[in-house]
Design a protein around this ligand. Structure first.
Ligand code: XMP
Length: 511
């Protein structure tokens, strides 16, 4: 792909992926790279602009990341954000000072003069600050372009050299005109053409895949999740029936899901999809297992075994498709923190399949871009906006041993919850929402009779990346409706509770 691109240099701030996503959303391809990139590497990358992200350090810390002065001699526009802005000041002999008190939250800032970055932005507007250090002296040749009452150097720049530093975070939604500022940087300062659209992406990828895959056989493990679905559909557009998708139904999916995968891909898109119905064997192997880790391990290894058996029937293939996306690529370069739960996904597959090469057509895309590509390819919203669903499925939403009866109860309760969230128009703003079958029974009264039945817990969280999450403030009347419907319509449930813990200290799933 020969796109114009922006380089986002990562200095360790918490919003770094967000900056990259905003730039892409504005129609310019960009990549997030470690700040240790050398000048030679930057030159080779050949960006139309460079953004320095924020970061947790102070420019004076012994181990804080720095950048060579030469970056300003490349003739490439630079925008430094927060730490990035301080780094520009520091590197070019300005001054950064440690403030007594940090500045966090919304502030009003005003432009001191019009500049390339100010177009379309009111003279005074709200921005989002999050810093302790302050720029107290700007480098020679620069001028102050905007200030707040407490932060004299909120925006500074050298318009000839096209180098700017901004103390606030234009990438977060609380900065009212932040997106406009980024847009001005891309289109007025870097003079971008804006050639990054998902329509272009689909066209280019299909052409590339056609050329690469030719008449060869391609295999894909389809889970029904967004990433593998979009990856498979893209490849299908390029190679048609030479793509073989294997969908292992472990019997732990939500109500209607397995049928939907078959309907959309096999009958709708006419894909060569093989469904391996393994629900009985999964249930059998899970019998007696009530420890969460044990359940995960059983499911993970059995999944691979079933897939392997199907793959053997197909024989050797040339390529294996995987739905790896950009955040996975960025993350894999970093240390993984403690394993809290052993995650199961299809990452363990390559070793059991006889193939020559893995292809990952989505490895440059963020999740929201993957969804746009899915829509572009004609996939229904139910697949494209499907909430994240764990590989082990409902097995980790049923506390204790899994049985057919428990699965049936949970499926119905979960379906009602999902339906009511959708009816209330909340499905896009909640990250995940689902029901859990606890292993606790309570006494109830239904009709005139005493019951002793299960407690169903409802879990709904907001999040941006599942690393942290907050419980969703669902309106009481929606919760009431869900509770009434579940206790009326679902057998073996007589009490509904709502989970009000955030992550941490809790996790999103219950097991
Ligand atoms: P937790 O429960 O750890 O979940 O807060 C974080 C996110 O990961 C999902 N999850 C999984 N996804 N395989 C997956 O592919 C798994 O084994 C698994 N366990 C949890 C969970 O739904 C949430 O989005």
């Amino acid at each position: 792909m020969n796109h114009e691109k922006v380089l986002v240099l990562d200095f360790g701030g918490q919003y770094n992926q967000l900056i990259a996503r905003r730039v892409r959303d504005l129609g310019v391809y960009c990549e997030l790279k470690p700040c240790s990139m050398t000048i030679e590497e930057i030159r080779k990358f050949s960006p139309i602009g460079i953004i320095f992200t924020g970061g947790p350090n102070s420019v004076y810390d012994e181990h804080s990341p720095h950048i060579s002065k030469e970056v300003f001699d490349l003739g490439i526009p630079v925008l430094g954000i927060c730490y990035g802005a301080q780094l520009i000041a520091h590197t070019l002999n300005g001054k950064v000072e440690h403030a007594e008190k940090g500045e966090y939250g919304k502030r009003e800032f005003s432009f001191a003069k019009e500049c390339l970055l100010s177009e379309g932005i009111p003279q005074t507007s709200v921005c989002w600050m999050s810093h302790t250090d302050l720029i107290s002296e700007i480098p020679a040749g620069f001028e102050v372009l905007a200030s707040t009452p407490t932060c004299p150097v909120t925006l500074f720049g050298n318009e000839d050299k096209r180098v700017y530093g901004v103390q606030f975070h234009p990438e977060v939604v609380h900065s009212e005109y932040g997106n406009d500022l980024l847009k001005n940087f891309l289109y007025r300062v870097c003079r971008a053409a804006g050639d990054w659209t998902m329509k272009n992406f689909v066209g280019e990828q299909v052409a590339l895949l056609k050329e690469k895959l030719g008449n060869k056989k391609v295999l894909c493990a389809m889970s029904g999740g967004v990433d593998s679905a979009v990856a498979a559909t893209l490849v299908h557009k390029a190679v048609g029936e030479n793509l073989i998708c294997v969908f292992v139904d472990h019997g732990l999916l939500r109500k209607g899901e397995a049928d939907e995968v078959v309907n959309v891909f096999k009958y709708g898109l006419k894909m060569n999809l093989i469904k391996a119905d393994a629900s009985e064997i999964f249930l059998q192997k899970l019998k007696g297992a009530d420890d969460p880790e044990k359940k995960r391990k059983i499911i993970g290894s059995l999944f691979i075994k079933v897939f392997e058996e199907e793959a053997k029937k197909i024989g050797a293939v040339d390529f294996l498709v995987q739905g790896t996306i950009y955040p996975d690529v960025i993350e894999s370069g970093k240390d993984k923190s403690d394993v809290i739960k052993s995650h199961h996904n299809v990452g363990g597959l390559p070793s059991v399949v006889d193939f020559k090469e893995i292809i990952e057509p989505l490895r440059d895309l963020f999740k929201d871009e993957v969804r746009k590509v899915g829509t572009e390819l004609g996939l229904p919203d139910s697949i494209v906006y499907r909430q994240p669903f764990p590989g082990p499925g409902l097995a980790i939403r049923i506390m204790g041993e899994i049985t057919k009866e428990k699965l049936a109860t949970l499926r119905e309760a979960d379906f009602i919850f999902r339906e009511e969230i959708k009816n209330a128009g909340l499905s896009r703003e909640i990250w995940q929402y689902f029901a859990v079958l606890t292993n606790c029974k309570t006494v109830g009264v239904q009709g005139d009779a005493r019951t002793y039945e299960n407690v169903i817990a409802l879990r709904a969280v907001t999040s941006v990346d599942a690393m942290t999450a907050d419980w969703a403030r669902i309106p009481y009347d929606v919760l009431e409706k869900v509770s009434t419907r579940i206790t009326n319509e679902v057998r073996h449930a007589n009490k509904i509770v709502y989970d009000i813990t955030s992550k941490p200290p809790s996790t999103i799933e219950w097991e």
